[in-house]
Design a protein around this ligand. Structure first.
Ligand code: TH1
Length: 829
């Protein structure tokens, strides 16, 4: 089956639909012993998913065979997070069979979109980093590039967020509870992972042989999940490693009566893939986390070497880089570098210099953040106990590396210490990744510039050719065709279906911005999406939204640098204006927030509470009724994003300039016709270039101004408070009991953090106060613009037309040209 259905005549279509129904019915019968009429929604979902899976499997097998036959180089994309979202509808859209299935199922009274509600969403990531990895997989599959995504099969994904009494409460995400249709374990590729123990250096044969003894073994069992591409002949794998104890139950201990100890060992081993760390842009040096990193990178490296040998028995291992590329998505998988060194040295017997040369050709690294608290370091003490052999390797690499630095920077101890891989009792993973990769990239132009000038400036001076700017992108088909089918159909109607293969064709929409009828249709679709979201909010929250108000959305992880607080303070400012002048004209506005906070990030959780209290205040005040509405939507994930983003009119991208490496939701909002209200940060800068300054609302400090303020310590927060009356009134509301009369001090920590430095740290390090006026003025522009619907709609369409440059297909082509050099799988025909 496949795209041919697009072109088939009615008779064939009827036959194909009958065949689909027959297949589904058979699955119901065989798996559940049940018929259409008696099946529960879950059983129906599973039967349909199994039917679709068969089709995806065909492409999977085909891809594998072709890759083997054509002896192609393969990419391993290592990422500690993936966020693929729900799969059923996505596969059908990629197979170009969605309409057929939908029609067929509707004949038996089944709604395909509703079925997907039964599918668990794999929450194997925190935010942008994981979602990017999944967008990349989909583009790799679309471009038919041989690749495998590798990560951990967390038994519990990112926590489910509930809001109870205006506070975040975390509940476990037991996503595997009812089984996951799309995963297939591969017992042939189970790997052994060794932790702890000690190493013995044996020189008895005249050269160094290293033995690792007394280690603990954990088994890594891979589960493969297929990733389909749009109208692609192949499917790729996301390979998720699951930890198992080698001893099901230690029988010896068991028979000695030590049942508890025996099961303890099993628990300890399996704890490794138990739960995803819920931190975004932040790392804590916990032993279990280090175990996770080694667990999945070691399994992947062992598998990659095994696969290389199986496919290329004729090639020496020194040719590895001709046949595999390994990409390190941020530093979390950087242990893979040391693990490959271990395999090359201890198992393959390569000399040190040869192993280094092979490794440096294999690895490439993407940096995703310059936030200090996210830069990964491990204490030497922890590292040497858990990974003794890798520790000896990293020390030796560090020694060589520092010696080579001495030649470039003679006598500059401080500089070399800063660049060292091991220094001051810590192992610096970013330095390791840069030193040992042939390519390093940032995720937007601005972010790459900061890497070159700042974070990695000393490296850049020595290895300028190693650094690349490769701007992030999005799987634009999921974010239009799946999330916003109305808009996708309108686009196809206007410019034909070519844009689904080549996002650059979205440019053809440009002239439509002058076409009144088209603008009206686009506006009607936006309205439908707003109504769809209103239904969702009413059903889940019991809150009624006004679909004629401006939908202004900020949806992303909660982090101080992303400045949800700036947005909330501005809402208080609008509130005060309405209170002061209740008769004045006011464009009704709905402010929607969605954000998870890391459970240990106290201040982020306090900001969530603050937003919820602002929502309460607004909700309970009759003066504001029908004008202002604030909603905090719990449990932001891919599925919620698919409802929220298509309904947005204003996209809030208001991070402190220089802090958001790229952002990717900004691109999704743009594609869905929202107007961006943003700072000169991350990819916003490139969105400005693409759409032109009349079609985006940019405000606030530049990255340079932010840098200057830090460098010269020139930020005077207190003066702003003294001199800016409007701002002062808003800030005072944080502590005068307006929000929580029973406990006026509830938010004083937030207030203090904006105005007073505490033990050495500067007050308001993210310049919320400094940018407040500029933000309020920008919001005024939004309001004025919204008052001219035709102008607004035109800008909206121009945003859609300009969003094609942010397709992850384009991003992946760029990685391939600059970094990986893969050849696509050629299909016969
Ligand atoms: C994010 C960046 O914050 C974001 O700007 C970027 O668009 C996205 O990555 C994709 O490139 C990051 N997420 C994490 C998560 C962890 C550590 C560092 C980063 S950077 C756990």
């Amino acid at each position: 089956m496949g795209k041919e259905y697009f072109y088939m005549n009615e008779l064939n279509r009827a036959e194909a639909k009958a065949r689909i129904l027959k297949e589904v019915e058979e699955k119901l019968h065989r798996s559940f012993g049940i018929t259409f009429d008696d099946a529960t929604p879950m059983q129906l979902y599973k039967a349909v998913a199994l039917t679709v899976r068969d089709e995806v499997m065909e492409r999977w097998t085909h891809g594998r065979e072709e890759r083997a036959e054509q002896k192609l180089k393969r990419l391993y994309y290592l990422s500690v997070e993936f966020l693929p979202g729900k799969m059923l509808v996505n596969h059908l859209l990629n197979l170009v069979e969605f309409d057929l299935y939908q029609e067929a199922l509707s004949e038996v009274g089944v709604n395909l979109m509703e079925l997907e509600a039964e599918e668990p969403e794999p929450g194997l990531g925190n935010g942008g980093l994981g979602r990017l990895a999944s967008c990349f997989m989909e583009s790799l599959a679309t471009l038919q590039l041989p690749a495998m995504g590798c990560s951990i099969r967390y038994e519990y994904g990112l926590f489910r967020q509930q809001i109870v009494d205006g506070q975040q409460v975390e509940a476990p995400d037991n996503w595997l509870e009812d089984g996951f249709i799309w995963e297939v374990p591969d017992y042939d590729d189970e790997m052994e992972i060794h932790f702890g123990g000690h190493i013995i250096e044996d020189w008895s044969e005249g050269y160094l042989k290293v033995r690792h003894e007394d280690y603990n073994t954990v088994l890594a069992l891979p589960y493969d999940v297929p990733v389909s591409g749009y109208d692609s002949d192949i499917a790729l794998s996301m390979r998720l490693w699951s930890a198992r104890s080698p001893r099901r139950i230690n029988m010896e201990q068991f028979s000695r009566g030590d049942y508890i100890k025996a099961s303890e060992e099993k628990e300890l081993a399996e704890a490794i893939s138990k739960v995803l760390y819920p931190d975004d842009n932040h790392l804590e040096g916990k032993e279990l986390r280090l175990k996770q990193h080694y667990f999945f990178t070691s399994a992947t490296i062992q598998y990659a070497v095994k696969d290389f040998k199986r496919r290329f028995p004729e090639l020496p291992i020194t040719r590895l880089a001709d046949k595999i590329a390994i990409h390190i998505n941020d530093t979390h998988p950087a242990l893979a570098i040391l693990e490959l060194m271990r395999v090359l040295l201890d198992q393959e017997g390569l000399p040190w210099e040869t192993a280094i040369a092979v490794c440096s050709k294999v690895f490439a690294y993407t940096n995703h953040t310059i936030m200090n608290e996210a830069l990964e370091t491990w204490s030497e003490d922890l590292f040497k106990v858990l990974l003794p052999r890798l520790y000896s390797i990293v020390q030796a690499i560090n020694q060589d590396f520092c010696e080579s630095l001495w030649k470039h920077y003679p006598g500059q101890f401080d500089r070399i210490a800063k660049m060292a891989i091991v220094s001051y009792g810590q192992i610096h993973m970013a330095n390791l990744a840069v030193a040992m990769s042939h390519a390093v990239n940032g995720v937007s132009k601005l972010h790459t510039r900061i890497l070159k000038q700042d974070l990695f400036a000393d490296f850049y001076r020595i290895y300028p050719g190693r650094f690349h700017a490769i701007t992030n992108g999005i799987s634009y088909r999921r974010w239009s065709l799946k999330a916003n089918p109305g808009l996708a159909h309108l686009i196809t109607e206007a410019i034909g279906p070519g844009w689904l293969r080549d996002a650059a064709e979205l440019e053809k929409l440009r002239p439509m911005a002058e076409d009144g009828a088209f603008l009206e249709k686009a506006a009607a679709i936006k309205k439908e999406n707003k109504v769809r979201l209103a239904h969702y909010v009413e059903k889940t929250q019991g809150i009624v939204l006004n679909p004629d108000s401006i939908y202004d959305v900020q949806a992303k992880r909660l982090h101080e640098y992303k400045r949800q607080l700036l947005n909330a303070l501005h809402i208080l400012y609008l509130y005060q204006q309405i209170k002061a002048n209740p008769e004045a004209d006011f464009t009704p506005r709905t402010f929607l927030f969605a954000a998870k906070a890391a459970p240990g990030y106290y201040r982020a959780k306090l900001i969530i509470s603050f937003i919820c209290q602002v929502a309460e205040l607004v909700h309970n005040d009759p003066d504001v009724k029908g004008r202002l509405k604030v909603v905090f939507l719990p449990n932001y994930n891919v599925s919620l994003a698919e409802v929220l983003i298509p309904a947005a009119e204003v996209s809030e991208q208001i991070s402190t300039a220089g802090k958001e490496a790229s952002g990717t939701s900004n691109m999704k909002f743009m594609l869905n016709g929202a107007i961006t209200l943003g700072t000169l940060d991350g990819a916003n800068v490139e969105m400005l270039d693409a759409v032109g300054e009349e079609n985006i609302i940019i405000f606030g400090m530049t990255p340079e101004e932010v840098q200057q303020a830090y460098r010269f310590n020139s930020y005077r927060q207190g003066e702003l408070y003294e001199e800016n009356l409007a701002l002062r009134r808003v800030l005072d509301m944080m502590v005068d009991g307006s929000l929580t009369p029973a406990n006026p001090h509830r938010f004083s920590e937030l207030y203090q953090a904006l105005l007073f430095s505490d033990n050495g740290g500067m007050a308001d390090p993210y310049f919320v106060l400094k940018d407040f006026d500029a933000y309020a003025a920008a919001q005024k522009k939004v309001e004025a613009l919204y008052g001219r619907p035709k102008v607004w709609q035109k800008k909206s369409v121009l945003n859609i037309a300009a969003s094609g440059v942010f397709s992850s297909d384009k991003t992946i082509r760029e990685y391939n040209r600059k970094v990986w050099h893969l050849s696509p799988v050629e299909s016969e025909e």
